[in-house]
Ligand binder design. Structure first.
Ligand code: ARG
Length: 611
């Protein structure tokens, strides 16, 4: 029972939350919530659990599974009522609603809920009058998504690619739901390595102030500087002195630093442009002043403890394996921890964010746990008002299930990866002779759509907390839950109306005269999947599991295939002339395409009409 209750607490949103949901699931929660409340007024905590029924049509479309836990609660308070009787009691109090066609109690007290088609149709039809609408939230909160965040002078690697793809998609989802979202790139652009880089810049390009230095390969430059730093004491001293100068914003040092950052910035931007990623740079350097201030404040309030020359901040009482954050190093410098403490303060107090989502590799989980706890302890964060999430993703592995590296053991450069994606996507399209049917422009569009789409989708369709194997062969498969399969499915759906010579305008007109057809069992099945779109999004906004959207998209396209296999949309005679058009089915196909488009949009994929 404990486990069940915990699961319920986790997955069943509270009633007040659900009244703002314009989804069928939300409506059911609110209807059954009312029923449970009036049937069992003495159990204010009685859970309202509504789940999908699964594949057997016998069990209806949704199920209410509240009877068992309520019966158990009653038992604990000394009254014995069988779950079936609890279920019947709930039904007696259920307000009537046109959404529900039929209800029955099955097994040990499950309530099977069957949806009404006319109601379903009225909801679906709004797709043509209003477009696919996101569920309305009464209180969308100001949200910051901290993602991508590569480090200057280091190559942006496949881990940063994961953060970029996942973070972008989370931001897209929340933006679609109406949250004000600030997308922040917390670039690693500060810290001691810059002393070394600036010292090396001065040595190598003494005239850097007059002529901007032609650094092309910043990584190689970094390596050279590091060799100097490790082997030359005099260089090391100059490097340290440069950091101090930089952090006190000495003009020439700032200029040198900017030059170095610009080289990286240009490289990063190329990747963002190719992947269609939008985000605002606000790196660690932005917080220098804020770091100085908060360190003073924490010190004066007695939060910091001296430890072998450094200053530390405990989240929990010392001992029992707890670890502190390092706020000031023994050389007086700040750390990654310091910049995050300053950043969270700025985000909550200046940006007025109520929700901050950090997207990094799972290796940083402890860092963020500490950060969240410390921020609460020092009074920046109030967990009743602020939601903090660390979306920590698993590592990307190569096809040999080992670390994702090139044959020579170097980290894979992202540009090379994207280039290979393009090459492989073209190969795939040519394999299917698409180059013979598409114009050059169409082929190019399809190529980028498939290449970047498959990379993003492979990432997003795996639960983010698992590691995943990067394999172009797998991503480019055209069967199963892959980008290629779905992008193809979409073009096929779009071609139905086109082949019957309907333009987008024509479809709009059609929707005024005809209604979507939901009579056939397969039509109704597809229709119900489409109706679930809002609740799928709302669930993901809670747990941030984007792979559920991929699963949903796949479900849409499978339900479509089932429908299309058994229902004709256009009938042609032996000479290929159209003899009959089923308008209601064309509309259902178009509605499917529109829902798919929204899913693609949130996942950052660009579907094309011809492929
Ligand atoms: N630059 C860091 C890295 O490459 C990620 C920063 C994530 N964001 C943050 N606020 N700590 O690992």
């Amino acid at each position: 029972l404990k486990i069940l209750q915990r699961a319920i607490a986790k997955y069943s949103p509270s009633i007040s939350e659900c009244t703002e949901m314009e989804s069928i699931h939300g409506l059911l929660i609110s209807l059954f919530g009312t029923a449970v409340k009036s049937a069992f007024p003495n159990l204010p905590d009685a859970p309202v659990v509504i789940t999908l029924s699964g594949n057997n049509v016998k069990f209806g479309d949704y199920q209410c599974n509240s009877a068992m836990p309520i019966s158990n609660m009653l038992k604990q308070s000394g009254t014995k009522v069988a779950p079936r009787d609890v279920a019947n009691e709930i039904l007696k109090h259920l307000p009537s609603h046109q959404l529900i066609e039929k209800l029955d109690v099955a097994g040990p007290g499950f309530i099977n809920i069957f949806l009404n088609r006319t109601y379903g149709l009225s909801r679906l039809s709004t797709i043509f009058s209003h477009g696919v609408q996101p569920p309305k939230l009464e209180h969308p909160i100001k949200t910051i998504v901290d993602f991508s965040s590569p480090n200057i002078a280091k190559e942006m690697h496949v881990g940063h690619l994961r953060s970029t793809i996942i973070g972008d998609s989370i931001a897209r989802l929340l933006e679609y739901l109406g949250y004000p979202v600030l997308r922040l790139n917390h670039v690693g652009d500060w810290g001691t390595q810059f002393g070394m880089l600036i010292a090396h810049l001065k040595d190598k390009f003494p005239d850097y102030l007059e002529k901007s230095p032609p650094i092309e390969d910043l990584q190689a430059f970094y390596k050279e500087a590091k060799v100097q730093f490790d082997n030359d004491e005099e260089f090391k001293k100059r490097a340290y002195a440069s950091v101090v100068q930089l952090q006190s914003f000495e003009k020439d040092h700032v200029k040198a630093w900017k030059m170095i950052c610009d080289v990286s910035r240009k490289e990063f931007q190329k990747i963002y442009d190719r992947l269609g990623i939008n985000l605002q740079e606000r790196g660690e350097s932005f917080y220098q002043k804020h770091m100085e201030e908060i360190v003073k404040e924490l010190d004066s309030k007695g939060y910091l403890e001296e430890d072998e020359g450094r200053k530390i901040l405990w989240a929990d009482a010392p001992g029992n394996g707890s670890i502190p954050m390092t706020i000031v190093k023994s050389d007086g410098g700040f750390t990654y921890d310091t910049s995050d403490v300053a950043a969270i303060k700025h985000r909550i107090e200046q940006e007025k964010a109520n929700w901050i989502i950090y997207v990094t590799d799972a290796g940083q989980a402890t860092h963020f746990q500490l950060l969240f706890k410390c921020a609460e302890k020092i009074g920046i964060v109030d967990r009743k008002k602020h939601r903090l999430d660390h979306v920590g993703f698993g590592v990307v592995l190569g096809e040999d299930k080992k670390k994702f590296k090139t044959r020579s053991g170097d980290t894979v450069r992202l540009v090379d990866l994207l280039d290979e994606g393009l090459r492989r996507a073209l190969e795939k399209l040519e394999e299917k002779d698409r180059h013979k049917v598409l114009t050059k422009e169409e082929l190019e569009k399809a190529q980028t759509s498939v290449a970047y789409g498959c990379i993003k989708y492979a990432d997003l369709s795996h639960s983010y907390n698992h590691e995943y194997v990067f394999s172009f062969d797998k991503m480019l498969e055209d069967k199963g839950n892959t980008a290629v399969y779905l992008l193809y499915a979409y073009t096929r759906i779009k071609s139905i109306a086109r082949n019957a010579n309907f333009t987008a305008e024509g479809i709009k007109e059609m929707s005024k005269e005809h209604s979507i057809s939901l009579d056939h069992e397969k039509e109704w099945k597809l229709g119900k999947v489409l109706l679930r779109f809002p609740e799928v999004l709302l669930k993901i906004a809670k747990d941030l599991y984007l792979h559920c959207l991929c699963e949903y998209l796949y479900e849409v396209s499978t339900a479509f295939t089932e429908f299309y296999d058994s229902c004709y949309c256009i009938e042609k005679d032996s000479s290929g002339d159209i003899v009959k058009i089923n308008h209601g089915r064309i509309l259902l196909s178009e509605a499917t395409a529109l829902v798919m488009e929204k899913c693609f949009h949130i996942l950052g994929l660009n579907p094309v009409e011809k492929m």
